[in-house]
Design a binder for this molecule. Structure first.
Ligand SMILES: *Cc1c(COP(=O)(O)O)cnc(C)c1O
Length: 385
């Protein structure tokens, strides 16, 4: 499609990938729950584990349209998406480069499973281009990045890493979960494959576990060949729910992003807050880079209360904002990374990567900003210094 014919964000969210209801002309996609389809004289042999039931196939079109790729695949979880993608492009003797600020589940997958397959890997010392340059080897087949990172929201230069990898004949993939395609389109910056935990912003209501990979038809075919063996497909019931959720992806994430930007500024000037991590703040070390490669700064931020305030007591006093494990729902949630995602590290290891016991990760929801501010202030007001 030529550029001026391309549909806008909310139109894609609302309409692309609808399954037409030919029989009754209903307004929304019918749900096809069949796990068994005709096989004689058909173009496609359909089966849920082949990722090609009508609902699976059509929702993939919406995700591909959002990420500007030829095609996409829907998975049963973000980890099913990432593990299938890695195993499609890495075999015994190959080497993967990932940054040291990678999502914890992906770190566990690499450390626990890769040795069984004889796949080599390197965690970078940082998230800058030179860290990736230093980490590659002659057998490096894939560089996988994550930006903004969890929970400190560091920003990796997507274009620079993609260009460097291309010059070395290395494929690139990105975990675009935190930004979502509403705020960042990595394919336009040269990345080969984009994956998502659809459990987060795609689902957006904290009631779905799913994943996705978007890429060229050629790459997706390689992933499909492994995916049908690993079997990480998503049930059509959940695919249908995910389609419904994704119709409001643009509306939700834009509202959440706007709220996060306002709250980051407010927290940054708050007398009881010592530090705020948000790429939209001018004080963020990679603010200019974020401005260049993101269309919005995202709805995730982290902050630290001043040392005399207990960050667990603070979370217990919140009335509106929940302390909750996951992220990206329409409801605002907070979490202490040192008790969750980074609990298995030693204090020293956490100090090295900048995760203090005061650090709180804030997944900003769609609530009215004044209510969120009031909740934070009333919780702080109940604490003893
Ligand atoms: C949650 C998450 C994942 C894993 O997704 P699941 O759906 O839980 O399997 C991967 N990457 C990031 C950045 C995540 O937040």
């Amino acid at each position: 499609m030529s550029k001026n014919k391309k549909l806008g964000l909310n139109t894609i969210c609302a309409h692309i990938g609808e399954v037409k209801d030919e029989q009754f002309k209903g307004a929304i996609s019918p749900i096809y729950l069949s796990s068994s389809y005709e096989y004689l004289d058909v173009d496609v042999k359909r089966y849920p584990r082949y990722f090609n039931t009508p609902n699976q196939e059509f929702l993939a079109k919406k995700i591909a349209a959002l990420e500007n790729t030829e095609t996409a695949m829907i998975f049963g979880s973000g980890m099913a998406a990432i593990s299938t993608m890695f195993l499609a492009f890495l075999k015994q003797g190959d080497h993967l480069v990932v940054q040291n600020t990678l999502y914890g589940g992906t770190v566990n997958f690499i450390k626990e499973e890769f040795p069984k397959y004889g796949i080599d890997y390197t965690f970078t010392n940082g998230y800058k281009l030179e860290d990736f340059e230093a980490a590659i080897k002659s057998n490096t087949k894939l560089i996988h990045i994550e930006t903004p990172s969890n929970p400190l929201l560091t920003i990796t230069d997507i274009k620079a890493v993609a260009k460097f990898a291309k010059s070395k004949g290395i494929l690139t993939s990105i975990d675009n979960t935190f930004a979502s395609p509403v705020n960042q389109k990595p394919m336009d910056l040269g990345i080969d494959m984009v994956m998502h935990s659809a459990t987060k912003y795609f689902g957006g209501h904290s009631d779905i576990c799913a994943g996705a990979v978007a890429s060229s038809a050629e790459n997706i075919e390689r992933i499909w060949n492994v995916g049908k063996n690993l079997g990480g497909s998503l049930s059509d019931m959940t695919v249908w729910m995910l389609e419904r959720s994704m119709k409001t992806l643009g509306l939700r994430v834009k509202t959440q992003t706007k709220n996060a930007k306002k709250l980051a500024k407010w927290l940054n000037n708050h007398p009881k807050v010592s530090k705020v991590y948000y790429p939209g703040l001018k004080s963020h070390p990679e603010h200019q880079l974020a401005k260049l490669q993101m269309s919005g700064y995202g709805a995730m931020l982290s902050f630290e209360l001043i040392d005399s305030l207990d960050s667990q007591q603070f979370q217990k006093q919140l009335k509106l904002i929940k302390s909750s494990m996951s992220l990206a729902g329409i409801e605002s949630t907070m979490i202490s990374p040192h008790l969750t995602s980074h609990a298995l590290l030693t204090q020293k290891e956490r100090d090295n990567v900048g995760i203090s016991n005061q650090l709180i990760r804030f997944s900003v929801g769609i609530e009215e900003i004044k209510d969120l501010k009031r909740d934070i202030n009333q919780a702080i007001g109940k604490l003893k210094e």
